[in-house]
Design a protein around this ligand. Sequence first.
Ligand code: ATP
Length: 464
Amino acid sequence: MADEPETERNTEVTMDEIVALAKRRGFVFPSSEIYGGIGSTYDYGHYGVLLKNNVKNEWWKAMLTDRDDIVALDSAIMQHPKVWEASGHLAGFTDPLVQCLGKCKKRWREDHLREAVEAEGGDPEAELRCPECGGELSPPRNFNLMFETHMGPVAEEGNVVYLRPETAQGIFINFKNVLNFARKTPPFGIAQIGKSFRNEITPGNFIFRTREFEQMEMEFFVPPDEAGTWYREWIDLRRDWYLDLGIRPDFLMVRPHGADELSHYSTGTSDIEYLFPIGWSELEGVANRGNFDLTQHQEHSHEKLEYFDQKTGERYLPHVIEPAAGADRAALAFLVDAYEVEEIEGRERTVLRLHPRLAPVKVSVLPLVSKEGMPEKAREIMQSFRKAGIQAEYDAGGSIGKRYRRQDEIGTPWGITVDHQTMEDDTVTLRDRDSLEQVRVPAEGLPGQIAARLATGWKSPKLG
Ligand code: ATP
């Protein structure tokens, strides 16, 4: 088969296009849609689950497989209420809520409104008006973002619990358990992926900000005098993680927080930001938290949380470097970065140029026609991928062009077509999603070939 022709690329993408593709192709659906939806809540469909799992697996790989100084944890969502007293979330995990007193009655985050004014070159200290209807705004009220519920059958005082607003505290309260079993010496880390819940005042922008989301957090415990070095190291490591997975460098930046933005306990925080269609926004935060958290939990629980260094005879509370990422936000960034519409011979093709390791399906197996033994042969090849543990998809529905387009839209990097020649000489065509090149290769040994390609590096063709 001849190569498909040279293409014209258009790299502009809007959030609406991503939302539409995500729904059309079964990545992400608005939740409870048959009941009219429930604000800013989403369900992941088949390809969304595969994509997000790949994102999380890459994170685990970077934390656990590629190094030996981090251990895993999966702590409970509901924890003792004192955890949130100690961490400061009960008193201080608030956002300043302002409400429109004019026509629309909409609620806003005051800090976001001031940031928007500043970004437009205005005075952030000036009086704010409702961005929707221009109405007067109420004075700011601190609104706690934690979801509250009750443990046990009766809702009464004394059994209030909170859904965790971050996974990090589950790590701190297990510090002693991990020290006892893992026999680790600082510097070492504890990593966790799990759901967090925040009653955000202004959720929105698809899965960028939701009230229920998954975090990927790691607390790296270090001797106090090594905190600065590790802080810089983790900023670099985390930035490189996104770049290695194909994010274009021009769309990623590290933004150190100014002194006025820092939490009271933090001596340094840097956001890794991505240029989303809504503008530069936080993808992940890397913070130097000092020994704030362990100090607080030691005080509130009356348990000693110090590390005893047998070599030096010294006891100390390790300092903590925390890279805190969101699995949903990362999945969104990968989707946005991968999305491309191009024209081929006057026809539009939408393609997700996802890193092959992130692609939900690695290879599609397509019988050219549903006769002459081709479906059976294709299924046999499909089976060989299954045995090799490579996510493959058999697709026999519709014209071959339609099937290619479907696979392009879900980002499948390779397509195998079983055709008439296959039935004669056991060769197939192997189509490359990015170059559109098609080569004839023996059917035998395909899983090994694809595995080898998955193991090698990949560079976004958008980089030229
Ligand atoms: P933001 O300023 O956007 O509210 P944050 O600074 O409060 O975020 P962190 O507490 O540092 O966020 O959480 C770490 C990561 O968790 C964020 O970088 C983001 O990827 C993810 N995250 C936080 N809140 C949400 C949310 N409401 N929806 C989706 N992901 C979130």
